[in-house]
Design a protein around this ligand. Sequence first.
Ligand code: OOG
Ligand code: NI
Length: 317
Amino acid sequence: NLCIVSASKPDASYLQGGESFFRSALASMEAVYLSRNPTAKAVLELVQSARNDQICYDHIAFRTFGVNGHGIDSIASFFLDYGYTQREELRFPAKKLKALWFSPPNIPHPDDGSGFSGPLPRVFISELLVDQMSQQTQEIIRKYTEISGSGNKHAALASALGSLTWEKPLHSEFQQLARESEYAAWTLVNGYAVNHVTISVHQLQSHLNNIKSLNEFIEKSGFRLNSEGGFLKVSPDGLLLQSSTVADSIPFCFSDDVTESVPCSYIEFAERLVLLQYKDLPDSEVKEFHRRDGFEVGNADKIFESTSKEQLTRRAA
Ligand code: OOG
Ligand code: NI
């Protein structure tokens, strides 16, 4: 039936022809991320070297300004065009944020692929509820999103290039945003840059394939974990375990020539345990879909703090 076929949503076969393009775009986003975030790069190398291991990404995350088409949709459209499916919404009223996550198309992947050559990751995209900010903060955000013109239509390109779609702000504008929402200040200077990638802990082959060992290993190696609500974040059902490093920071030259160090990105770790109904499956038969899927508001709320001043300036324990 032609009608149904033409109206149907892009599926795995739609991705196939464009798959290598899609994966190279992700690889460019990752290259920008690794070049700006020495901790993320070093952690990936260390975890990989533990047993010449391949690393699967559980998810990749972006932040946006929820105003005039610059919100979640701006970067989500790229993933939707390549076969991703929109899933649940998460709300963070105190932080004035909302988020959506997207699951990847179900396509065969090479067994030996690491990073973005392996299984495609979930995507987690959040947006600042700009309307709920103070007048002063809204004006700054609207100024930069407006001068970016159609920048919101090219969010994925901006992320792959490592460019902002708007001009650099004044230092005082960054400070105004930071006082009210550290998320807003982060987004103003990082734009569509990858906020973090997340290592899929249970998919590691080494002894680091449980999050407690991995956390110990990360700390022993001299990296700092986000301590908000405890190093380990556990979902109420006990099946989604997450932790993250404290973000790196990078000198940023504001448009008034003030240079100050600003937070950039971090790396996260997620272990998804096998769902109760599959608990008797032999280990060798457990696939990703037998495990806890999705995200958890309580975990995410604390992981957002990985770029906060409080975490960045925390004294090493
Ligand atoms: C996202 C924080 C939440 C998760 O996996 O729940 C998150 C952010 O910092 O932008 O990554
Ligand atoms: Ni995350």
